[in-house]
Write a protein that binds this ligand. Sequence first.
Ligand SMILES: *[C@@H]1O[C@H](CO)[C@@H](O)[C@H](O)[C@H]1NC(C)=O
Length: 210
Amino acid sequence: MFLPILFVFSLLLSSTHASVLDFCVADYTAPDGPAGYSCKKPAKVTINDLVFSGLAIPGNTSNIIKAAVTPAFADKFPGVNGLGVSIARLDLAPGGVIPLHIHPGGSEVLIVIQGSICAGFITGATNTVYLKTLQKGDVMVFPQGLLHFQVNAGGSSALAFASFSSPSPGLQIVDFALFANDLPTELVVATTFLDAAQVKKLKAVLGGTN
Ligand SMILES: *[C@@H]1O[C@H](CO)[C@@H](O)[C@H](O)[C@H]1NC(C)=O
């Protein structure tokens, strides 16, 4: 008789505990745990933690990819911490490209606001390509962890917003992983079957060494 009562009591306690915090605004001043940021004390949370301003400003596309991503992820937007969501702005100048990349931590939903964008992803199981030129108002999904890209498909600037199923979806760009670090050229050649000359050229462009 005694044990079940204790069990119910401890369940009650733990569910009470779980409902103490309605949300977990990131506290950048406290140490991070294995699960991420510490939670700011609710009494210290302000509206400014819950609002991110800046996505009205076009990103600077004067760069090699002629594109810019302005993220509002948990490291810059404390309010999304713990909520399983985040958002980013994408600007693509004419000829702009968001190169082949993955988000290890979350799926993406992209909505085109202006211009047209050729977007696609490649499945992990069969390397099937799903590809579409998106117009204003079109929305496309990019499943978590799959390789994908966006290319400006028109002659004018394109604008899109991407939302994610994680406050910290992460970003790994394939070309940067291959050519922007000190992985020796011979190993890049051996593991990609690209020509050494091409690898050295891309390392020079992207700041890689070796
Ligand atoms: C955009 O970036 C380029 C290259 O870094 C820089 O020269 C330029 O001043 C920047 N433009 C603005 C408006 O910040």
